[in-house]
Design a protein around this ligand. Sequence first.
Ligand code: AMP
Ligand code: MG
Length: 338
Amino acid sequence: MIDSDALKAARRAVADACLVCRAVQRDTDSITGPLKDDRSPVTVADYASQAVVIHRLRESLGEVHCVGEEDADALRSPDAEGLRRAVVAAARLVWTDATEDEVLDAIDGGNDPGARESFWTLDPIDGTKGFLRGEQYAVSLAYIDGNVPTLGVLGCPNLPMDFSQPFDHPDAHGAIYVASRNYGLYEVPADEPSMPLRKAPTLGHQPGDTVRMCESVESGHSRHEHSAQIMEKLGVATESFRLDSQAKYAVVARGQADVYLRMPTRPGYREKIWDHAAGALCASEGGAVVTDITGAPLDFSKGPTLSDNRGIVCASPQIHGRIIRAIDELGFAQMGMD
Ligand code: AMP
Ligand code: MG
């Protein structure tokens, strides 16, 4: 249900984490204090976001099983005092009375190994590189039941709802996408998360329309030359653009692109469940088809990785089959296997 207690808790958790990430991105100096390292803002925001999400889930739902990207091991080290203080300061922006122990404990609430009947999975900041560049990133939280995500909240603090705005310029409002399996896709501004949810736009792809493809900015995460060859093989007019994070799933879900391609860069890599669970549900509830590059459904029941899948093809139903065929004919489906 779109207004279940679990979904309400997840919305509040992600909305608060988005506020924290935005504040850290905007005002790094005051929060990170003595930290000098270039990577510190993202580290502070990663940890604080995970702490806030898990704390909010626990507040509303009691103890939860969560497979999160982060753990507090490094933060507990005596050398990490500066970082630890910065993380607690960032978490307190929304969790005002948090103590250091509570923050560390909440971060470690993401240590569940998964592979159980139902659990949450969290990427506190997906698209780290985008966060550092001041571009797109996402706070991604999903509930897995059986082997599929059934609830997903994807916070995209820099993603404009206005399609005329560019992706590489952070939007003042941002967007949060909310999906519940079989109940459709909804959106709300990230800076006004208590507004009523509204149905997300879904623009249908028509035969003859230009095929708009999106992919990672980072060539180390998705093989750009393979996606270019796939698009060429479709034999129609195409456009492509690049943005970080699961914001790509949102962009397809709301009809702003027709395809999100993630082509394997090396055989041994396994996609992480937290990099796809919320985004894939949002996209499928928006009407897209989401599979791996062989056309197989994503199986979230195998632990922290999608160990039985390689790469991602998320596309409108009119195009998905043609893309899978092109990948097969170009011999790329085998390349992700090992
Ligand atoms: P994106 O912003 O779409 O480029 O994806 C960011 C995510 O890529 C990160 O959260 C990483 O977990 C993931 N990642 C890291 N290395 C690889 C790789 N070799 N192939 C695919 N994804 C990767
Ligand atoms: Mg990630």
